[in-house]
Design a protein around this ligand. Structure first.
Ligand SMILES: [Zn+2]
Length: 85
């Protein structure tokens, strides 16, 4: 169980970036146990230089602690460096 960037599975696994608005350039973080995205805003844009958008799960959970699943706490995700880069 982990949270990691969604693996590339064709264009359907890449989304519109919430910052620059370009299509098929945004990779979302996904919970590998539930196969649910953390949030539509949690991910990274391919356009590192011209856009640079990156919202990692930890930053999102700091802002939205009610979205933290009990399993994350039970597995000490916060102590373990609990998502892949
Ligand atoms: Zn972007």
């Amino acid at each position: 169980m982990s949270i990691e960037l969604e693996k590339y599975k064709g264009q359907s696994s890449r989304y519109v970036c919430p910052k620059c608005g370009r299509s098929r350039c945004f990779t979302r973080y996904i919970d590998t146990e539930t196969n649910q995205y953390i949030d539509n805003s949690v991910g990274i844009c391919n356009h590192r230089n011209s856009c640079g958008y990156h919202l990692p799960p930890k930053a999102f959970f700091d802002m939205n602690p009610e979205k933290i699943r009990a399993e994350y706490k039970a597995n000490n995700f916060f102590e373990k460096g609990w998502f892949a880069r």
